[in-house]
Design a protein around this ligand. Structure first.
Ligand SMILES: Cc1ncc(C[n+]2csc(CCOP(=O)(O)OP(=O)(O)O)c2C)c(N)n1
Ligand SMILES: [Mg+2]
Length: 584
């Protein structure tokens, strides 16, 4: 919608707060919303119906927040969710923190008590503002119906600026039900705040010059990219710098797709699990870290990268630079802008440098091929129960370049983070690494599927994570989406069981699940359900799921139940693992 159309579309006159919220969201062009009603926000729900806006009843507000979060990652526009007073609001916490830690723009609405009766033991009343405040980038309490448009403008500005994040609007019942005479001017929208990055800031010129000098001198520079590359939509700028100067790119789980995984300069995942990237880090003489916090998983519990290697850190949050590892040069700014500036500063010397690094660049596909050969017995494994590496290989084969894979917080995310290959740059792999909650897969898949209609979307989740949010299969069916859900059925809280195997010599406690047939459950819920026990049938099953356009398909994939073989490689928190001591 153009600015003129937006202005022309503005409502005016007497309306309640709920209607004013809905009108602002309509003018902002938000996508489908997710929530569960309650008395306080009913005027908002009624306005949605009257305005013909899309809103999905979700079966658990946490899943509504997850769905909105995934929606935002796919579109780079704020995802919207809501919960009612008390339990509805508190259920939002986990999903909002995912967005907070991952830097995802979101707007959440929570109904609150009628201020005429607050703190008189109203039903469902609790200190929700205090509970939710640390879960969001900003909590805005709306005290006047007349201020609804202004505060929603503020919410969009906060959600999409700097490092994006979730904003919660806490709306008392009387504000939502109360009325005000609005003018059309009240409903002004700032279009530059409706998607990320709202405003770009460039790093300091002198810092760019110092960084460029370090990169130009390096024989084995390496780019380490995190989720910030997606938020900044900096894919082209990254590829430009990497290709022009022959600099390989390794990624975190969130940064996967900074460049396509199948690109010859892609060194794959680094950190806790790695193919060749950790070795390249060790041998590097200059690291350029882009949009990455260098947290526990990325650094193998702060064992990487070696202190002696000069590190340039480009990040939109100044105070993130140097938090975990001192930076030789701090580049404070937007990832895309910073990468473009580095390319410009390095342009004159590009040809010479590219020639000088020709052998280095050629090393990456050679080493990757050697890794692939070494991993082939796992990737091609015909064993039953199915090997996780084989499942990942079949995903690589079946999913087209445009597809999106949403990965849940358990094993599913780590295995696919290591072995899944995106075929084009962009957000084609969505793991919930902000908080790494299990239970994100299914609702995240719903959000992604609704954000990208027509795009094949697959969600991969553990059986534990699936159990946690199974009710959302009803939502997915009601929404009529052709989402494919791969349930990694190991009849266990697998990561926990594998750690108990490694660290407590097989003394298992509360890590087993009962054997279930998730395909049968899916069919009973009116969805398509396929149980896969033979690895040779994975490809057909995946293609069947991708072929479904209007209903979800659950692939119940029976994988190893041996806790010694569950981890993708050695987890550096455990030193005793022997059997799993390998990649893939
Ligand atoms: C909400 C939540 N609780 C606990 C954990 C800790 N945790 C990490 S992996 C894992 C096992 C999950 O089991 P499942 O979803 O079946 O995945 P698996 O590891 O078996 O593939 C658990 C409990 C978590 N990440 N999130
Ligand atoms: Mg499991």
């Amino acid at each position: 919608m153009s600015n003129a159309e937006r202005a022309g579309n503005r409502p005016a006159g007497r309306m309640n707060g709920g209607r004013a919220i809905a009108e602002m969201l309509r003018l902002a062009g938000v996508g489908p919303m997710f929530g569960m009603g309650g008395f306080q926000l009913l005027p908002f729900y009624d306005a949605l119906a009257q305005l013909g806006m899309r809103h999905f009843l979700i079966n658990d507000e946490r899943c509504g927040a997850f769905a909105a979060e995934a929606y935002a990652r796919v579109t780079n526009r704020p995802g919207v969710c809501d919960g009612t007073l008390g339990p509805g609001a508190t259920n939002l916490v986990t999903g909002l923190i995912e967005g907070l830690n991952a830097g995802t723009p979101m707007i959440a609405l929570a109904g609150d008590t009628n201020r005429a009766h607050s703190w008189k033991n109203m039903t469902q009343e609790c200190r929700q503002a205090e509970i939710l405040r640390p879960a969001v980038k900003e909590l805005i309490r709306v005290e006047l119906t007349s201020r609804v448009p202004e505060l929603l403008r503020r919410a969009f500005a906060v959600a999409t600026s700097g490092r994006p994040g979730p904003v919660l609007l806490d709306v008392p019942e009387d504000v939502c039900h109360g009325e005000h005479d609005f003018t059309a001017e009240d409903f002004a929208i700032d279009p530059s705040t409706l998607c990320v990055p709202a405003r770009r800031i460039r790093p300091d010129r002198a810092d760019i010059t110092r960084a460029a000098a370090l990169i130009a001198r390096a024989k084995r520079p390496l780019i380490l990219v995190g989720g910030g590359i997606h938020l900044s939509a900096g894919h082209e700028a990254l590829l430009g710098l990497a290709e022009t100067h022959s600099i390989p790119v390794a990624h975190t789980m969130s940064g996967k797709g900074g460049v396509a995984c199948i690109h010859p300069l892609s060194a794959g995942l680094f950190g806790r699990y790695s193919r060749i990237a950790n070795e390249l880090i060790e041998a590097s003489d200059c690291l350029l870290v882009v949009g990455c916090k260098l947290g526990e998983i990325a650094t193998k519990r702060y064992a990487l990268p070696p202190e002696a290697i000069p590190l340039i850190h480009l990040d939109i949050v100044a105070e993130e630079i140097g938090r975990c590892r001192p930076a030789a040069v701090a580049l404070w700014g937007d990832a895309k802008a910073g990468l473009e500036d580095l390319s410009e500063a390095l342009a004159d010397d590009a040809r010479r440098v590219r020639n000088a690094r020709a052998d280095y660049a050629a090393e990456i596909p050679t080493r990757m091929a050697a890794w692939r050969e070494e991993a082939a017995p796992r990737l091609d494994s015909a064993e039953r129960p199915i090997h996780m590496a084989r499942l990942c290989r079949e995903l690589n084969k079946a999913l087209p370049a445009s597809s999106i894979l949403v990965a849940d917080g358990g094993f599913a995310g780590h295995w696919t983070g290591l072995l899944y290959d995106t075929k084009s740059p962009g957000r084609h792999f969505i793991p919930d690494r902000g908080l790494a909650s299990i239970g994100y897969g299914l609702p995240g898949g719903i959000g992604a599927a609704l954000a990208a209609p027509g795009t094949p979307v697959v969600a991969i989740t553990g059986d534990g994570g699936f159990n946690m949010t199974l009710g959302e299969l009803e939502t997915a069916r009601r929404a009529g989406i052709g989402l494919t859900i791969v349930v990694v059925n190991n009849a266990a809280s697998g990561y926990v069981k594998a750690l108990q195997h490694a660290m407590f010599r097989g003394r298992y406690q509360s890590s087993d699940l009962v054997e279930m047939d998730y395909a049968a459950i899916a069919r009973a819920m009116g969805c398509n359900g396929i149980r896969v026990e033979d690895p040779d049938r994975l490809g057909t099953a995946l293609r069947t799921g991708l072929g479904e356009r209007t209903r979800p398909t659950v692939l119940d994939v029976v994988v190893t139940r041996d806790p010694a073989r569950m981890l993708p490689a050695v987890d550096n928190r455990t030193v005793e693992i022997k059997q799993g001591d390998r990649v893939a």
